[in-house]
Design a protein around this ligand. Structure first.
Ligand SMILES: Nc1ncnc2c1ncn2[C@@H]1O[C@H](COP(=O)(O)OP(=O)(O)OP(=O)(O)O)[C@@H](O)[C@H]1O
Ligand SMILES: [Mg+2]
Length: 588
């Protein structure tokens, strides 16, 4: 565990080592303080002490106290310097790792547990690097030095000082064994609580609309109580052992005082040696106690490092190191099969050729696999079998960056960061000037609503873009794609939230965007894709048929059905009559 955490510290581990050195030096001065106390008592009891000698030892005591303080503070500054740089490095490398993981792995981990790893668990490394490691080391190392020194003073008394150690070590090992065994359940309860809290907050809207606060709150409180119960059960199991080793280990004078007293009485040991050994024993008592305080958190830290390691070592997406070197922007799906959960295939043996600079539409019922196929092209997930190629080059052969450079993906779910709309659009092309961003926003028909906002394009999009309507978010996402200007464009229901007037404008913007690009459009409103070069009809993860509109109307009953439903839906109106509100189809 310590090795692992030092690995994380990388170049900063030298500061942890420096901290260890200063803390050991500081503690040695602390021990010397006890030696000074011994000298003063010894002088007083023997009656031989002169004033100058007392004053000298008082000065030594004070000087050592000061040095101990300075070295301790300086040591902790070094250890915290190392710790906080390591926390930063860990968070950055975890973020880098998440970018390379298949989305499925991230979804499986869940927002709550990931937040816990990113914030709470990584924060705990501070305890390891800044305290447990340097302070633990110095608080173990110095007592060992002192105990060795005791043997030179009087081996019998030294052995008595060590006599309480085995009892403490046995109790400590029992605690460690019991604590580690239950750690899995304890963290499972913490993870569940985290997930429920995040879900509860995210789902507040649904909870309110459907009046499910009672039910939701019940799950919330059950999981919070579950965590409380597990934590208490864990401590209940560990506390007796903690209390035992906490009493035995630091109590180095437990046997020295009564038995040593007898040795002095019987003449087996000298009184001054007895006094010195007692002072030395008292000097290491608090240090041993401090070292022990870190022992109780080690099982927790070990578990947290394992969780972190599991994420850091999860298999990343298959990706090559090559740049994009495809011969053109044509796309080829070859016998592609894919499953989200490793059990049910959502895409089944799909083969499809998409010509460069053509417009291809994916249509099909909800859940037929249209979005999934698009997400496989942008390599959100690795496929189970088959291959996906752009211009003849497999997408797993190129880096994610060069694949991303080739594709603009406007997904069904729009996510906006909590920063200005300008910065949100600029994600499409980070080096774009303000003018370029504004131009893209205008092309994506954002002009109207940006004018309404107090700070225009500099308005903050709000938490996850929730301050904007669905249609407004879609237009911002489209502006990103326009700005990115990649040669392949994937539009997944890009106009789904638009009212007819804006949809018309958006379609014009899209027409301008697609120019001579390879385009994949996913749409439920089939009239908007009827002029596509190739229409792919998806059904239950397979391609039912493909061709142009006229051909499919004749050859594919499924397409005909979808077309009729879609055209019908276009003309649906809500009418009211006889005090009833009805949805009725107006002539198609
Ligand atoms: N992240 C996911 N994890 C597990 N299953 C998923 C996930 N996303 C989609 N699915 C499942 O995969 C299937 C295909 O989903 P997909 O989103 O591709 O359908 P779609 O054709 O785009 O539907 P829609 O028209 O409603 O957007 C569905 O059965 C869906 O339940
Ligand atoms: Mg979809």
């Amino acid at each position: 565990m310590f090795k692992k955490v030092l690995e994380y510290a990388g170049e900063y581990k030298k500061y942890t080592f420096l901290a260890m050195f200063f803390l050991v030096a500081g503690l040695i001065f602390n021990v010397v303080q006890f030696f000074a106390v011994y000298k003063m008592i010894d002088n007083a009891l023997s009656g031989e002490g002169e004033l100058i000698s007392y004053l000298t030892w008082i000065a030594v005591f004070l000087a050592c106290g000061l040095l101990y303080m300075i070295l301790y503070i300086y040591g902790l500054i070094q250890s915290h310097y190392s710790a906080y740089h390591t926390l930063k490095n860990l968070r950055v490398s975890l973020q880098g790792k998440l970018e390379k993981l298949p989305l499925g792995v991230i979804e499986e981990l869940g927002v709550g547990p990931l937040k816990k790893v990113f914030i709470d668990d990584i924060d705990n490394m501070e305890l390891l690097l800044a305290h447990a490691l340097p302070e633990g080391f110095s608080n173990v190392c110095v007592p060992i030095i002192v105990m060795v020194a005791m043997f030179f003073v009087d081996w019998k008394l030294a052995l008595l000082s060590l006599a309480s150690l085995p009892l403490g070590v046995i109790a400590m090992m029992a605690m460690y064994k019991a604590g580690t065994g239950k750690m899995g359940d304890y963290y499972a309860a913490a993870r569940k609580m985290n997930e429920t809290i995040v879900e509860y907050i995210n789902g507040m809207e649904v909870v309110k609309i459907f009046g499910r606060d009672g039910e939701s709150y019940k799950r919330f409180s059950t999981d919070v109580m579950g965590y409380r119960d597990y934590t208490l059960a864990w401590y209940k199991m560990c506390w007796p052992w903690m209390a035992l080793y906490g009493s035995f280990l630091p109590c180095v004078a437990l046997f020295t005082l009564p038995v040593g007293g007898y040795f002095v009485y019987s003449g087996a040991s000298a009184f001054s040696d007895f006094l010195l050994i007692l002072c030395m024993a008292f000097s290491v008592g608090p240090t041993v106690m401090k070292a022990m305080s870190y022992m109780s958190v080690l099982p927790q830290l070990k578990y947290k490092i394992e969780t972190l390691e599991n994420i850091l070592s999860a298999a990343p997406l298959m990706q090559g190191t090559n740049e994009f070197k495809g011969k053109d922007k044509s796309i080829r799906f070859e016998n592609v099969t894919f499953s989200y959960n490793g059990e049910t295939d959502v895409i089944k043996n799909v083969s499809l050729d998409i010509d460069a600079n053509s417009i291809t539409a994916f249509v099909g019922e909800s859940g037929s696999g249209k979005s999934t196929l698009a997400k496989l092209l942008v390599h959100f997930y690795d496929i189970s079998s088959g291959s996906i190629k752009i211009g003849g080059q497999d997408i797993t052969d190129m880096t994610l960056e060069s694949l991303n450079d080739q594709i603009s993906f406007v997904s069904q779910e729009q996510f906006l960061f909590n920063m200005s709309i300008l910065e949100n659009i600029r994600i499409g092309k980070p080096e774009a000037s303000r003018e370029e961003v504004i131009e893209a926003a205008k092309k994506a028909q954002c002009g109207d609503f940006l004018l309404r906002l107090e700070n225009g394009i500099d308005s903050i999009a709000g938490d996850s873009g929730k301050m904007l309507s669905g249609g407004e978010r879609q237009r911002i996402a489209l502006a990103r794609a326009i700005l990115k200007n990649a040669p392949i464009i994937v539009l997944d229901e890009a106009t789904a939230f638009m009212d007819p007037e804006n949809e018309e404008k958006m379609n014009r913007a899209i027409a301008e965007l697609i120019g001579d690009k390879t385009v994949i459009v996913i749409a439920h409103r089939l009239y908007s894709i009827k002029n596509a070069d190739n229409i792919v009809v998806m059904d239950k993860g397979q391609i039912k048929d493909c061709g142009n509109h006229e051909k499919l109307l004749k050859s594919c009953p499924k397409y005909k059905e979808l077309w009729e439903l879609s055209v019908g839906a276009k003309d649906w109106h809500v009418t009211s009559g006889d005090n009833k509100v009805a949805v009725k189809e107006v002539s198609a």
